[in-house]
Each structure stands twice: as C-alpha cells, then as structure tokens.
Design a protein around this ligand. Structure first.
Ligand code: ZN
Length: 425
C-alpha cells in the first residue's frame, strides 16, 4: 500500500530547489479510488497542481485578477458548475460566484483572489512561483489565501463526479486586502445568488482552527477648517491644527469610555473597542496660521459595539469641537468621512455552524482572530459563518518568503473530503 508519506518520497520528495508541480503532473488527476490514504495522495497532487497555477498569477491587489478569474471560471465550468462573473465598476477585476448541485441552501466556501504586495520585502524565493522546500510551500498567497482556493478547487474537481444532495456554493472576491472593498462592491449582485446557505466557511488562515469571531474596523478621515493669517497675529486667527488636537482629545475620551464601559471580550489581546489616529497633517509654513488640517484614524470594534453608534459618537465629537471655535471663526468645523468599513464577526459558541465546522475540521476548540475578514458581511446576510483555513496569519501571512506547511494543505483537503461526503447522497 502506498502511504501518503511514501507517495511524497516517491513523487514529490525530490531534491530540486524549485519544483514546479505543473511541469511534473498534468491537471485534474484526482480520483476517489477508495477510502485509504491513496485517495488523499491523489487529491493532494491536484491541489498542488492548482496551487502552482494560482501562485503564478500576480494578483497583488493593485493588479487585475482577470487572468486568474478566467482560469478558475474555466476550471469550474468544465466540472459542471454554473459560474457568474461579478465585475468591478472599472472592469479590471472580477469576483466569481459558482454553484453546483440541486437548488437549495447548501454550503458556501468563500475566499479572496488578491494578495498583498511583495515590493519592499526581501524575498529569497520567487514570490510568483510555487517553490517547495522540505515540508514548506513558498509563494505569495500560499497562506493568504490561495492554498485554500486550491483546496476548494480540488474539491470542485471531486464534486464533479459526486451525486450532490445539496448545492456546493463558491464565492471568490477581489480587493480584500485593501479593506474588503471587492466584496462590498459585489454584495448587491451576490446576495440574491447566495440564498441562505446553512454554513459558510471563509478560508482565511487559522491553522485549520474554527474561528468564531474577529473585530470590525472602520477607516475615517477628519478635515479641520480654521482661518489663516500671519503668524505674528496668530491669536486673531483659528489654527486648524488646534481643532485637530482637540478632536484627538475627543477620540481619546471615547477610547477611555469604551475601555471602561464598552463591551469586553478577553479572547482578544485588546479586549475592547479601540481607537487610533494614524496620520495628522496641516500647515504650509511656520509664519502662516494653517486653515486646514487633516487626520486619518480608525476604530476596531467588537461586534457587540455597533459601528453605527460609534460613528455617530465621533460625529457628535466633531460637531462639539467645531462649535467651540465658532464665536471667533464662523467657518470653523471638523468634517468626518468614514471611507471604508467592514463588520465584525461574533458567532455564538452554541450555534450549530460551530459544531458542524468543528466536525469537518476535526477541531475540538474554537478561536478568535486578530485580523479582519469578509466573514462579517456573510454573517450580516444571516448566513452562519466561521473562518477556517490552512496556514498561520501570525507567522506566515503578508510576510516575505510566505509559505504554507504541506500538512496544513493536507488537513484542508481532508476537511473538504468530509464536506463532500456530508453534502453527497
Ligand atoms: Zn486574506
């Protein structure tokens, strides 16, 4: 009997520094030939073939993802999936929604197709070629999150021959790495196609643990207006930087309030909703009182603290600061704009989707993650959603020489196997 371990030694355990899997193996050789280890070995070949192809598409968020999307679309259509493109307003990028099986609720797998940039990072390997070194698979996106995409495509390959009793649904987005922008653009068209799946897995890297929560985040800009003049007469004018610092003081008051009285969740290293100012600019010369200053800031909130409520508190604080200067400067004001946001995720431990995900992932515990995902958007649509995927965001995601452990990919394939068994007749 050819064990999985032996299979690797015999076929993939070569000593070449760079092993390009697609040159070694043709696509689509994944057959269910029994319940023994051979099944997994064959499937792993397919997953690696696909991952090799996916890594070659340079889908850094600033680039088009159309070439990758065409590949995935063709792959899924050839396996009997109905595939819809949901393109971005500029037509440079597209999301995909694919479905196979009878009409119904089914199970949804979700991923993003873009990756973070490699510029400015010191890579010792080609980020856009899959390179195997020992038990590690190197390449941009192996962990975040093309490994999961490869595994779900390999599942689609197996599903093509299966008799599904409920639908398998797949949603792939773009521009996730720039603040979940793509999925937000897709949602109006995507939501009616999705229906109400009974479970959704967002395959961001959790080391195959079932993650049931993360914070939401909003990014905001504040423009402070005052009045300008010669600095020799500074007290007669309204310095916009003073409005900016007063506004920062208000944000710090809000921070203290949320730390003291807001929701608390000790699963997070910062267990409450947090505020942060990342950038402040204003003024042009020392001898001119500046009439404009700008701040960029964010809040990261527990799902229990409503984003809308926080935004309205911020807007009230801005109005207070503006009002305090208006007697000396009628045009004094602070304008706040929230330019991006994604919701938090908070699934009750007792929800059926949690035990279902644990069963499929063979995991007894649950976790909460520090990073944001698209999961909150699905959850807001009433779709029970968890985050579970191969690789570690903490040690591998977004880093130079990003890699994925083979064992993680294997564990993900095994989860997909159990999912397929569950949704098949
Ligand atoms: Zn990601």
């Amino acid at each position: 009997m050819l064990s999985v371990a032996n299979y690797w030694v015999l076929t993939l355990g070569k000593t070449e520094a760079q092993l390009r899997f697609s040159k070694v193996y043709p696509m689509g050789h994944c057959y269910r030939i029994g319940n023994g280890p051979q099944t997994q070995a064959y499937c792993m070949t397919t997953t690696l073939d696909i991952l090799d192809k996916l890594i070659r598409f340079d889908t850094v968020s600033s680039n088009s993802n159309l070439a990758l999307a065409s590949y995935v679309e063709g792959f899924l259509e050839a396996r009997g999936f109905t595939v819809h493109r949901i393109t971005d307003p500029g037509g440079e990028k597209t999301g995909l929604y694919a479905e196979k099986g009878p009409a119904g609720d089914g199970v949804l797998l979700s991923a993003h197709t873009d990756v973070v940039p490699v510029a400015g990072q010191s890579w010792t390997k080609d980020p856009f070629h899959l390179t195997r070194d020992g038990d590690r698979l190197y390449g941009r996106g192996t962990t975040d999150m093309k490994g999961f995409v490869a595994s779900l495509m390999a599942l689609a390959d197996r599903a093509s021959a299966a008799d599904l009793r409920e639908p398998l649904k797949i949603a792939l987005s773009y521009d996730e790495e720039v603040g979940c922008v793509g999925l937000q653009q897709m949602l109006d068209r995507l939501a009616p196609m999705l229906g109400q799946p009974r479970a959704c897995f967002v395959g961001e890297p959790t080391e195959m643990q079932v993650a049931i929560g993360h914070k939401g985040k909003a990014a905001l800009r504040a423009v402070c207006h005052g009045s300008s003049g010669h600095s020799a007469l500074a007290p007669r004018f309204t310095n916009a930087l003073h409005l900016a610092t007063d506004f920062i003081t208000e944000l710090r008051r809000l921070q203290a309030l949320y730390a003291r009285e807001g929701a608390q969740d000790t699963a997070y290293s910062v267990p409450y909703t947090s505020f942060h100012v990342g950038k402040m600019s204003g003024g042009t010369a020392l001898n001119i009182v500046p009439d404009r200053a700008e701040l960029t800031f964010e809040y990261r909130h527990l799902a229990a603290d409503q984003g809308k409520e926080i935004l309205s508190q911020i807007q009230s604080a801005a109005a207070r600061v503006g009002a305090s200067y208006q007697s000396q400067c009628p045009e004094a004001r602070v304008e706040v704009e929230q330019y991006n946001a994604y919701p938090g995720l908070d699934v009750a431990q007792s929800h059926a989707v949690v035990s279902y995900a644990q069963k499929l992932a063979r995991s007894n515990s649950t976790t909460k993650v520090a990073f944001g995902t698209e999961a909150g958007f699905f959850s807001e649509l009433g779709i029970p959603t968890v985050v579970c995927g191969p690789g570690s965001m903490e040690s591998q995601g977004h880093k130079p020489d990003e890699y994925l452990e083979l064992s993680q990919l294997k564990a993900c394939d095994a989860m997909m196997d159990r999912l397929l068994e569950d949704i098949s007749r």
